[in-house]
Design a protein around this ligand. Structure first.
Ligand SMILES: *Cc1c(COP(=O)(O)O)cnc(C)c1O
Length: 398
């Protein structure tokens, strides 16, 4: 069967993969080598030095490139436009390194806290970039924010922690063909649900630490582009600055991706059930979940987040516990199956308090503007028995 026509469930296992040519090993060996022997100066098998090329990293990069919809051939780019980084932040930083001093970036207002910090506390100073943060749930604000200097639009959808959604097609309609790069942090949705490149985006970014690797045991980042010229520019910075993923960690992420489709189905199904249940609880003031009709951008979720043509709202839920900080703290302490921890997207359920934990680096005013209240908690629904998860929430809410 033509690989391109395979269903996503098959692609997560086979995309971009070939058996190891010497032994036929089904999984790529972990090539722990920094350098490769040459027959004669400059005569080699395409591998010179692991910062530039590594077969285990290529296996991961080719796989995620195909899952995100890049159709680049090996001649156009050795890893089909996929690039693996030592962290999600390194992938974002490399995207900014494609720009020049003085360039202007429009970013979603509700962003992963570390992304906001990299933009405002590092790159503004070190690279002379300028950032505007705009609530892109309202796309009329995008048109007004674009200037002659705008060279990148940075989207996160769903956002963290408010799970706001941005209409990717709407962004493409406004900004395409104006010489502006369009990049989407696809960490929360993953290619199991959402395909920004197919919609017209230039770059997809992942914190592979989360759903792609899926087992809370590795820090990794990804960029994918389907544009050969852009792939060349990313490859140049990736190799020049060197924020690469190690062969061992590449193997871990590739291994995690094999079950991405199975896991995402379960994450989405359990999250939908739990969000629906939370909505009926007296001690819960508000439930935010893209798969609930009460979500402010529910229509966007229906349009761009799907598994097998059906709405899939993802594995993250945000809610407000009645009674403010004291009640939300005691709720978090009483949970037994949910672990109180930062991060998300692993097989185990996690819960966290953004105002104190992941988003503590934002100013109180900024948090208030975004709606990150003291009673707000963020749940990453794992793949445990869903009834057990609801029972755990029930006893802690009581
Ligand atoms: C975690 C995360 C990042 C940062 O990735 P790291 O792998 O922790 O460096 C970026 N964006 C989103 C949406 C994230 O959740």
């Amino acid at each position: 069967m033509n690989k391109k026509n395979q269903h996503f469930d098959s692609k997560v296992i086979h995309a971009g993969q070939s058996f190891e040519p010497v032994t036929g090993a089904v999984m790529p060996p972990i090539f722990l080598t920094s350098t490769y022997v040459q027959e004669s100066p400059g005569v080699h098998k395409g591998f010179e030095y692991t910062r530039s090329h590594n077969p285990t990293r290529y296996a991961l990069e080719r796989c995620i490139a195909r899952l995100e919809g890049s159709e680049l051939t090996e001649e156009q780019d050795a890893s089909y436009g996929g690039f693996a980084f030592s962290s999600g932040m390194a992938a974002i930083s490399t995207t900014l390194d494609l720009l020049n001093t003085g360039d202007h970036i429009i970013a979603m207002d509700d962003l992963y806290g570390g992304t906001n910090r990299l933009f405002t506390k590092v790159k503004e100073r070190s690279a002379g970039l300028q950032f505007s943060f705009v609530d892109l749930t309202n796309l009329s604000l995008l048109e007004n924010a674009i200037t002659d200097k705008t060279k990148l639009i940075w989207i996160e959808t769903p956002t963290n922690p408010m799970l706001k959604l941005v209409d990717l097609e709407g962004v493409v309609n406004i900004a395409k063909d104006r010489g502006i790069l369009l990049a989407c942090d696809n960490t929360f949705a993953t290619p199991a649900l959402q395909h920004p490149l197919d919609i017209g985006f230039d770059i997809v970014m992942h914190s592979a630490t989360k759903y792609l690797a899926g087992h809370s045991d590795v820090i990794a980042g990804i960029l994918v582009t389907g544009n050969p010229e852009l792939a060349e520019r990313i490859r140049f910075v990736h190799n020049s600055a060197g924020p690469i993923l190690s062969p061992f960690d590449s193997y871990l992420v590739l291994r995690g991706i094999k079950t991405l489709s199975l896991r995402m189905r379960r994450h989405c199904e359990s999250a939908r059930r739990i969000a629906t249940w939370l909505n009926t609880q007296e001690n819960v003031e508000l439930v935010i979940y893209p798969g609930l009709p009460s979500h402010p951008q529910f229509e966007i979720a229906e349009k761009q987040m799907q598994i097998d043509g059906e709405l899939a709202g993802g594995g993250m839920i945000t809610c407000i516990i009645a009674g403010g900080i004291e009640k939300s703290k005691s709720f978090l302490e009483k949970l037994e199956i949910f672990s109180l921890a930062e991060s998300l997207g692993g097989v185990e359920s996690l819960i966290e308090h953004p105002a104190i934990m992941t988003h503590a680096s934002l100013s109180p005013e900024n948090r208030a503007e975004l709606g990150i209240e003291d009673g707000l908690v963020r749940l990453s629904i794992g793949i445990e028995d869903c009834g057990d998860l609801i029972a755990d929430l029930e006893q802690a809410l009581a």
